[in-house]
Design a protein around this ligand. Structure first.
Ligand SMILES: Nc1nc2c(ncn2[C@@H]2O[C@H](COP(=O)(O)OP(=O)(O)O)[C@@H](O)[C@H]2O)c(=O)[nH]1
Ligand SMILES: [Mg+2]
Length: 201
């Protein structure tokens, strides 16, 4: 899959939109599949599988007992931010046993969302570490679950030991506008964090 601006055809053809790849990461049950589903214009490609007895020792459902399915490979979706900017969303698998898929997914990504749940903040560490190590810009979005305590952004930043520049937002992964705002933040942050030199320069 090629991401980037297509060639303009002799100045006459309408410019193709810029397409960017964004990852949606975070712990198991934090709302990745929900967020991709809420914003995607195409029917999200999902690879949910029922949580099985066999997976029970590995799939930590503590705190997400209502969850009966899990994303085995990835979620995929698309959102047009405006006519010149289209985002392709790749939800990462939340369970540790699918880490081997991450490098493939991260290839060519502009940036990432790390979803967090204040009841299980530590579940976000693995994704944060992963993106920090690879210098992939990310935004932390706290998904507001019913009954979860609310904390100011600065407390979340401290608890997750985030760099000053990392945006911290609150969101509701089920609400399209809210999820869209998070994605716009990722794009803006990535543009600030890594001004790209033009190809060939
Ligand atoms: N109350 C509430 N429930 C949510 C929210 N986001 C996701 N959920 C629910 O939490 C569960 C786990 O979400 P899911 O998107 O499958 O998590 P994933 O493992 O990160 O893909 C599902 O039952 C969702 O319906 C939210 O913002 N508020
Ligand atoms: Mg999922």
């Amino acid at each position: 899959m090629v991401f980037g601006r297509s060639e303009r055809g002799g100045g006459k053809a309408p410019a193709e939109p810029v397409t960017l790849k964004i990852l949606v990461a975070g712990g198991f049950g934090v709302g990745k599949t929900t967020l991709v589903g809420a914003v995607s214009e195409i029917k999200p490609l999902r690879t949910e599988e029922r949580l099985t007895e066999a997976g029970r020792p590995f799939d930590d459902t503590q705190g997400v007992e209502a969850k009966s399915t899990t994303t085995v490979a990835m979620d995929f979706g698309r959102i047009t931010i405006h006519e010149q900017l289209v985002l392709y969303l790749f939800g990462t698998p939340g369970q540790d046993r699918f880490w081997f898929l991450w490098d493939e997914l991260a290839n060519g990504a502009l940036g990432a969302v790390v979803l967090a749940d204040t009841r299980r903040l530590a579940d976000s560490f693995a994704a944060i570490d992963y993106f920090e190590r690879r210098s992939i810009p990310f935004t932390v979005a706290v998904n507001r679950f019913d009954g979860a305590d609310r904390y100011p952004a600065e407390s979340i930043r401290d608890a997750l030991d985030l760099d000053e520049g990392v945006p911290v937002l609150q969101c509701d992964a089920r609400v399209r506008e809210s999820a869209r705002d998070v994605l716009v933040s990722v794009v803006e942050h990535a543009m600030r964090a890594a001004p790209r030199t033009p190809a060939g320069a």
